[in-house]
Ligand binder design. Structure first.
Ligand code: SAH
Length: 250
């Protein structure tokens, strides 16, 4: 069970956090607190910026249409991001929003879009992905806000692959075999990436190139073809349960 306060609203802010700081909020956050949550002066909430841990703050009295927060005290120290990279072929709009949010909730530390032969929707809106990351971070209580990095072509990604990094390659073409057993048979990796392909799947040359990596676990996610956003949750569940923070709070 999480040992943090999940009943108080949590808000991501850009500003540095320290005792006594007053933070002027940008209009969307001000609107959210005043008009959506209907918080009044003095209402308490939790704030984090991805660098300074989590802090208790209170809504300052309204002044000149500016909404501000008074930062009171730190309640949790900053935590380090997880070294779990989620690699995915971008999807279109709503499914991509969902997939990004779920990857964050499932503990991904870096979100890496990968362009494959059959990737669709290549005009990626990184800002929109970042907004989804922040929303998920606010919701699920993490303090290290995952990075969304620039898209990279699969071939370039593989060419620069670090030898010590393990890849869990979710292949819709793999024979159905117990994925828990397959992962458990590998030593627990120190650096880990999980790859989910596009709705069109991988082609055979991509498959062959992926299997040449020094540390790769090719797994099946069962006898049904999952949508990529479902596959994301399924795959991250498996790695968190076998090697990750579902197992020992690591
Ligand atoms: N169009 C493809 C399916 C692609 S599904 C086909 O019909 O074969 C999108 C991605 O989700 C896949 O590339 C894979 O990474 C993952 N995925 C979906 N179902 C899977 C399964 N049963 N096993 C392993 N990976 C799966």
């Amino acid at each position: 069970m999480a040992r943090y306060d999940f009943t108080t609203h949590r808000l991501f802010v850009e500003a540095p956090l320290q005792t006594g700081a007053r933070i002027n909020l940008p209009q969307p956050a001000a609107h959210y607190l005043r008009n959506v949550l209907r918080l009044s002066d003095g209402a308490e909430l939790l704030v984090f910026n991805g660098r300074d841990g989590e802090w208790r703050a209170a809504l300052a009295p309204a002044a000149k249409k500016q909404t501000a927060l008074d930062v009171r005290a730190q309640v949790r120290p900053q935590e380090a991001p997880h070294d779990l990279h989620y690699l995915f072929a971008p999807l279109k709009h709503a499914r991509l929003d969902y997939m990004v949010q779920k990857a964050v909730e499932m503990g991904a530390g870096v979100l890496q879009p990968v362009l494959t032969q059959r990737t669709q929707g290549e005009r990626l809106n990184i800002e929109r992905m970042r907004a989804n990351v922040v929303e998920a971070a606010e919701q699920c209580g993490i303090l290290a806000v995952p990075d969304v990095v620039a898209p990279v072509k699969l071939a370039a990604l593989l060419a620069a692959w670090p030898a010590e990094r393990m890849l869990v390659f979710c292949d819709e073409g793999a024979d159905v075999q117990d994925p828990v057993a397959a992962l458990s048979a590998c030593p627990r990796p120190t650096a880990l990436s999980v790859l989910i392909g596009p709705e069109g799947g991988f082609d055979d040359t991509e498959r062959a190139a992926l299997l040449l990596l020094p540390q790769v676990a090719r797994i099946s996610l069962g006898p049904r073809i999952l949508r990529a956003d479902t596959a994301a949750v399924a795959a991250l569940t498996l790695v968190q349960a076998v090697w990750g923070d579902w197992r020992d709070g690591a």
